[in-house]
Design a protein around this ligand. Structure first.
Ligand code: F6R
Length: 615
């Protein structure tokens, strides 16, 4: 989820690009770079670290004056954060510079094709394949826009590409698929940005580029074409009223709400590039051999907070698919109880930030016992993936709200990918069985979107219940960690007393808490798990009989539950193991809305920090 800026016009390209990058830094901040054209030559400066590091570099090594430029602030996916992997990437001849947001799934094929033609690559990124291919076509005589259309047509995956050609100082060209790009329409100048925040201080007229379209901007024109070169249809600009702060949040009031709404895209990005055309799962960041994975006899998942709940969800799937015993441990407890781990144990750590000290210490302990460690992490190059034997990145993009939302959903998806991968290498699942789960996983972004589209009822409910003091959350099987996550969200941002329980455990004590009017959320399993479904219905009746106000989260078409739910929140039908991906979303929205209505700082709740680097 990187930030991209492009500019052509009378101002200093460096000033416009750097100010745009600063506005987009929330999209990624592990490295930044800029390229400008000057006298038929491209000059690029790039640096790992925040934009301030690039500023220092530019002060030491200034760029020539230019009116054509592109820039990038990176959230690393392929290739760790480093000066070399930072964008822009230049073609071998140095004639073309390109920045990219997204993931190019077939970069390895393109790279070997180009290497066979004598092109030398310098970075570990997927992006460089696009830069080199574009340069190759331009060197062969194609105009930049035509070359960009050919490149876009060759790529699989998600991308926004923006490029300049040193021999064409009057133009910036871009393309997009499944990744955002907006054109800022000025007077005698034009802009490109990942979102409008990039250019809002210069113009408020914008055009959103459509799927599989290429745009050419000059000072006086904006020309949009489809990949076959035909002109795009309606391209009337719209006017943006947001202030800059709102623009950074995509028009939402809080980053947390924006991140909840980003989940369809984030889940799609986690899945991108994981499933080969041959029908095999490919997790190329797993640097543990299939032989070693076949030898493991125990899996231990270690994490904190929301990531721990993602691990609890994953346990059900991993054990079901692999038949390997799987434990889930709170990281801060792990090493102090002298856990039984050895070289046959696979330790899976989950961390959005990749810097959580408790999780890091658990990794160090596990590696001292010679266990293999796989990290599931959102932050490329963070300490946790660096200290692990292998890593699966979630590719969710930066999470700014302290309360983790897209982090959770993408962690569950990444754990499922790992579970399926283990089942594949251990021969526990046929290829068609894996394909069936992957098919359902790839339908999840659309299903999550439907939950978001139908969320008004949950928002109204938050308004109704905002003055309640206490809430219970119940679930069974994967619905149990979902209920823990629902309670945690409410505690951390709304400061409400909230508890999650396994629904069957209530009668062993906590049911004494139930009193007249107590709001009790219940995650009802899909009817595919018939026994479980009926058991949860009995649990709902138990609390309702004692005066609870029941808010039930159920799949579409489940009417058996209607007589027992005071409020019925529906989600699209999914299989049992995938239910957390839709059932968690209303709980996130409920907490976010309730906290917002109480006037709390939703993104920076009291007493909490996004990255907990102390034990
Ligand atoms: C809750 C939350 C925390 C984190 C936990 C682990 O919304 O954000 O519970 O999940 O501190 O953080 P990471 O995933 O960065 O290791």
């Amino acid at each position: 989820m990187c930030g991209i800026v492009g500019y052509i016009g009378p101002r200093s390209a460096q000033d416009v690009v750097i100010s745009g990058l600063r506005r987009l830094e929330y999209r990624g901040y592990d490295s930044a770079g800029i390229a400008v054209g000057h006298d038929g030559v491209l000059e690029a400066r790039k640096k790992s670290g925040k934009i301030s590091c690039l500023d220092t570099h530019l002060a030491d090594d200034p760029l020539p004056a230019s009116h054509q430029g592109i820039g990038h602030t990176r959230w690393a996916t392929h290739g760790g954060p480093s000066d070399t992997n930072a964008h822009p990437h230049l073609s071998q001849s140095g004639r073309v510079a390109l920045v990219h947001n997204g993931i190019i799934e077939n970069f390895a094929t393109l790279r070997s094709e180009l290497e066979a033609e004598g092109v030398r690559f310098v970075s570990e990124t997927d992006t460089e394949a696009a830069a080199q291919l574009l340069g190759y076509l331009v060197d062969a005589g194609a105009p930049l826009a035509e070359a960009m259309r050919s490149v876009a047509a060759r790529l699989d995956g998600a991308f926004t590409l923006v490029a300049i050609d040193a021999h064409d100082p009057d133009r910036v060209v871009a393309a997009r698929r499944n990744s955002p790009l907006v054109v800022g329409v000025g007077q005698g100048e034009n802009f490109l940005g990942s979102d409008v925040a990039a250019f809002l201080e210069f113009t408020r007229d914008a055009i959103e580029l459509g799927q599989d379209q290429v745009v050419e901007i000059t000072r006086e024109s904006v020309e949009i074409t489809n990949l076959d070169g035909t002109p795009a249809g309606d391209v009337t600009p719209y006017h943006v009223d947001w202030d800059i702060a709102a623009a950074e949040k995509g028009g939402f009031d809080w980053f947390m709400r924006k991140e909840i709404h980003e989940q369809p895209r984030a889940v799609a990005d986690t899945l991108l590039g994981r499933y080969a055309a041959s029908g095999e799962l490919v997790l190329d960041e797993v640097r543990i051999s299939p032989e070693e994975l076949r030898r493991i006899d125990k899996i231990v998942i270690v994490a904190c907070g929301t990531a721990f709940y993602a691990g609890m969800v994953a346990k059900y799937a991993i054990e079901h698919w692999t038949r390997v015993p799987c434990e889930v441990e709170i990281a801060s407890e792990f090493r102090y109880r002298d856990p039984i781990i050895d070289p046959m144990t696979l330790v899976v750590t989950i961390s959005q930030s990749g810097e959580t000290a408790d999780t890091l210490m658990a990794i160090r302990h596990a590696r001292e016992q010679h266990a293999k460690v796989i990290a599931i992490c959102n932050t490329n190059g963070a300490t946790i993936p660096r200290e692990s034997d292998a890593v699966i990145y979630t590719h969710a993009g930066p999470e700014r709200g302290v309360a983790s939302t897209k982090g959770f959903l993408t962690q569950v998806v990444a754990c499922y990918l790992l579970g399926l991968y283990l089942a594949q290498v251990r021969g526990m699942k046929y290829r068609d069985e894996i394909a069936a789960v992957m098919d359902e996983l790839s339908s999840m972004p659309e299903k999550i979107q439907r939950v978001l589209d139908d969320s008004q009822q949950v928002l109204d409910l938050a308004g109704e219940l905002k003055d309640e003091h206490s809430f219970l959350f119940l679930g069974r099987h994967v619905g149990y960690p979902v209920s823990l996550e629902g309670a945690l969200k409410l505690k951390e941002i709304a400061y409400k007393h909230a508890e999650g329980f396994p629904a069957g455990e209530l009668k062993h004590g906590p049911i004494a808490l139930v009193e007249q009017g107590l709001p009790v959320f219940v995650v009802v399993p899909p009817r595919g798990r018939d026994q479980l479904h009926d058991k949860v219905i009995s649990n709902i009746q138990e609390v309702r009989a004692r005066g609870a106000r029941t808010i039930v989260i159920v799949e579409d078409g489940d009417d058996e539950v209607l007589p027992y739910g005071d409020v019925v929140i529906r989600h699209p039908r999914v299989s049992t193991l995938l239910q957390p991906l839709v059932a968690t979303v209303p709980l996130q929205l409920f907490a976010c809305e309730l906290a917002a209505r109480l006037g709390h700082d939703v993104d920076q709740p009291r007493n909490l920090a996004k990255s907990v680097t102390v034990e």
